[in-house]
Design a protein around this ligand. Structure first.
Ligand SMILES: CSCCC(=O)C(=O)O
Ligand SMILES: [Fe+2]
Length: 189
């Protein structure tokens, strides 16, 4: 079965209302709601697709993604209170606006979460993700993540070479990273 190249995932991404650490696990939609078109994601280098974990051939689809994005390592992270030490602190770290100097590729195996990405003109776009959703965030994009209120997400993390998870927070040193300048050039081209 082919990877379903749907740029819009099961639940459309949307432009967000302001979110705080207290309400961020709710949907945080604008009123009236304003969906984000696939073009809004494409413009900032974000790609979304889906795999079907209930399909016997899902590994072929995952291998295709690994090859397409030239990833050679993956691990699995379970974000939940029971198994993640310092859960609240980790969730705060994930929800702190940050960038990486590597691309961030995640495939959700279980649960519901939200990837928030900075759109053009700095608006936040929320990408709801659930089982089977794949998200590619380019190196240098400001983003954040949270689970929904169930606080139970299992995600495959795809990496090029050894798993490196270094976040540069916007409030600290994100803008100083060379990758940030490169990203801004890439998306303005
Ligand atoms: C779903 S994995 C947690 C989010 C994350 O790895 C990140 O934002 O860097
Ligand atoms: Fe991240």
């Amino acid at each position: 079965m082919d990877v379903l190249w749907l740029f819009h995932i099961e639940e459309m991404a949307y432009f967000m209302a302001n979110a705080t650490r207290e309400n961020c696990q709710d949907e945080c939609r604008l009123s009236p709601n304003r969906d984000a078109a696939e073009e809004d994601l494409k413009k900032i280098g974000v790609e979304c697709t889906k795999v079907d974990f209930d399909d016997a051939n899902v590994q072929e689809d995952l291998d295709r993604l690994i090859k397409k994005y030239d990833m050679n390592f993956h691990d699995e992270v379970h974000i939940c209170r029971e198994t993640m030490p310092n859960f609240d602190e980790k969730l705060n770290i994930f929800f702190e606006e940050h960038l990486h100097d590597d691309a961030e590729l995640r495939v959700i195996k279980h649960g519901v979460g939200y990837f928030d990405v900075r759109g053009k003109n700095e608006q936040w776009i929320r990408i709801p993700v659930r089982r089977g959703d794949f998200v590619f965030l380019p190196a240098g994009i400001y983003h954040r993540f949270t689970t929904d209120r169930s606080e139970d997400v299992v995600a495959l993390r795809l990496f090029r070479n050894n798993p490196k998870w270094t976040a540069f927070n916007r409030s600290e040193d994100g803008d100083k990273q060379p990758i940030r300048e490169q990203y801004l050039k890439d998306v303005s081209a």
